[in-house]
Design a protein around this ligand. Structure first.
Ligand code: KIV
Ligand code: ZN
Length: 515
């Protein structure tokens, strides 16, 4: 393969498609923290949300537009006038903004979802791109469900939307149906058959329903795609999207096979994976490629022996290259305000509000009393706690657990609500069950517990436990988080956080409400 490599544009959609994972909705402050790290990592395009889907998403795009200067900031919009105006409005302050507009082109979507004739779809697509181009220079157009669309029809749509001014054309494998060879060939034939294909970047966006999202994206890259859309930890609708870390490291590790380079600084991969997992409450499976806890662990004696003699016997990448050792020992018990502020600034966290800063510093000091070494992950978790603590209707005031071998544990909990403190007590099958029962006895939320998980934030037995609680009620799904060096306290915080989210009307899933 020639050493002349072309640039591959990395388009991250963690904050939009990633947020479409059930329960993964993020606040605008949380989105900004992820966006800042994506920018540091040198992601080319950050899809910050779907402006018309909710006021929260609109504000998140605005906030990211104001604060991210190196990456292009993008908003999704249907090929509908109101959507496009809303996206343009949200992106007004962006240094470089992009409107990403889409309409479905497959027969099944056109007939059953849109109830439109193919010519009407083309007409609407052209109108949308022209309108978007009146608002902004950088317009991307997606042919939703491209992998199940008629090839000749896709050629017509693509030619026309390029003529209308779209400079990136995206061919999503919306339902994860494609296979690598076939998908690569579709991209190749599109580039060959669309007369003005040289005027646009051809992009791919693959879902992982058959576990082929990364393979499909790489195949498309080999056949001419020059933008890949992906997410951190492969988060996304249903089985998720192509994972950024897998794509980037496959391209780096097997650069002999691919004609492209990315600008991504891979040393941010693990820190951002942890941040996204902590904010969304979606744990990373231990055997997940690149970012799973076991990705660089060697269990078998033969492997350990080989690695000790020569690392390359069983390792194709270096753990430190993807950031496994990047998170430094940050601070300790004796660190003062200046050190605390400086470390937060290195993590792109600025606490302008004096009360918010003092609250964070107090929490840091109290954590440092319980835990000798405070790492970056601890600080990120602490900031998450403060940020989602802001609009808590119910707060944990105190918790007492009585537990004895062979007996049902008893939880007594004090919960603050509207200036009052209420007490509740309950038994349970285990201590966590007792806590949740005691909370429900008082609040009676009517929610169903779907997922409960605990993760250690850092290593060591003094690590904070980060608990995730997923609740469901009438189709609304929320993920609550809580962290503490005591996992029972973390569990109580997470459950209350989930109830607070459930009762917050702003916290509607971005895709609910008819969009
Ligand atoms: O999967 C998909 O088709 C999408 C589009 C909106 C780009 O997410
Ligand atoms: Zn998608």
């Amino acid at each position: 393969m020639s050493s002349e490599k072309e640039k591959l544009i990395v388009f991250d959609t963690t904050l939009r498609d990633g947020e479409q994972s059930p329960g993964a909705s993020m606040t605008k402050e949380e989105k900004l923290r992820i966006a800042k790290l994506l920018e540091r990592m040198k992601v080319d395009v950050i899809e910050a949300g779907f402006a018309i889907s909710s006021q929260g998403d609109f504000e998140a795009i605005q906030l990211i537009s104001e604060n991210v200067h190196q990456s292009i900031v993008c908003s999704l919009s249907r090929a509908i006038t109101a959507d496009i105006h809303r996206a343009g409005e949200a992106l007004k302050k962006a240094n470089a903004g992009r409107i990403h507009t889409f309409i479905a082109t497959s027969p099944i979507h056109m007939q059953h979802k849109l109830k439109m004739e193919p010519d009407e779809v083309i007409h609407q697509a052209i109108g949308a791109v022209k309108l978007a181009r009146n608002l902004i220079n950088d317009v991307e157009f997606s042919l939703e469900d491209a992998s199940r669309s008629d090839f000749e029809f896709m050629c017509r749509v693509t030619e026309q939307v390029i003529n209308a001014g779209a400079r990136t054309i995206n061919f999503p494998d919306t339902v994860g149906y494609a296979a690598p060879g076939e998908y690569g060939q579709i991209i190749k034939r599109l580039i060959e058959n669309v007369p003005n294909s040289d005027k646009a970047v051809f992009s791919v966006h693959c879902h992982n329903d058959l576990g082929l999202a990364v393979a499909n994206s790489l195949s498309a890259v080999n056949f001419g795609a020059r933008q890949v859309e992906c997410t951190i930890n492969g988060l996304g609708e249903r089985a998720g999207n192509a994972s950024l870390e897998e794509l980037v490291m496959a391209l780096k590790t097997r650069s002999d096979l691919y004609p492209v380079n990315t600008d991504i600084d891979a040393s941010y991969i693990v820190p951002i994976s942890k941040l996204v997992s902590s904010i969304t409450g979606f744990p990373v499976q231990p055997n997940k490629a690149i970012v799973g806890a076991n990705a660089f662990a060697h269990e078998s004696g033969i492997h350990q022996d080989g690695v000790l003699k020569m690392r390359e016997t069983y390792e194709i990448m270096k753990a430190e290259d993807v950031g496994w050792s990047r998170n430094k020992l940050s601070l300790g018990k004796l660190s003062g305000r200046a050190a605390f502020t400086a470390r937060l600034a290195e993590l792109d966290i600025i606490l302008d509000d004096k009360n918010e800063f003092e609250n964070a510093f107090k929490k840091f000091k109290s954590l440092a009393d319980k835990k000798r070494e405070i790492f970056d992950e601890d600080l990120q978790t602490l900031i998450s706690e403060i940020q989602y603590g802001e609009d808590q209707r119910y707060t944990l005031v105190d918790l007492e657990i009585k537990s004895k071998l062979g007996k049902s544990p008893n939880a007594k909990i004090m919960i603050g609500h509207e200036g009052q403190i209420n007490v509740s007590e309950s038994l349970g099958d285990g201590a966590v069950d007792a806590i949740f029962n005691a909370i429900e006895k008082l609040i009676d939320s009517g929610s169903k517990l779907e997922v409960y998980s605990v993760n250690a934030v850092t290593q060591g037995t003094d690590s904070q436990g980060e608990v995730s609680v997923r609740l469901e009620k009438d189709g609304k799904i929320v993920n609550g988080q809580g962290a503490d060096t005591d996992i029972l306290v973390a569990s109580a915080k997470a459950y209350l956080n989930a109830i607070n989210l459930m009762q917050n009307p702003e916290k509607v899933h971005p895709q609910l409400g008819g969009i």
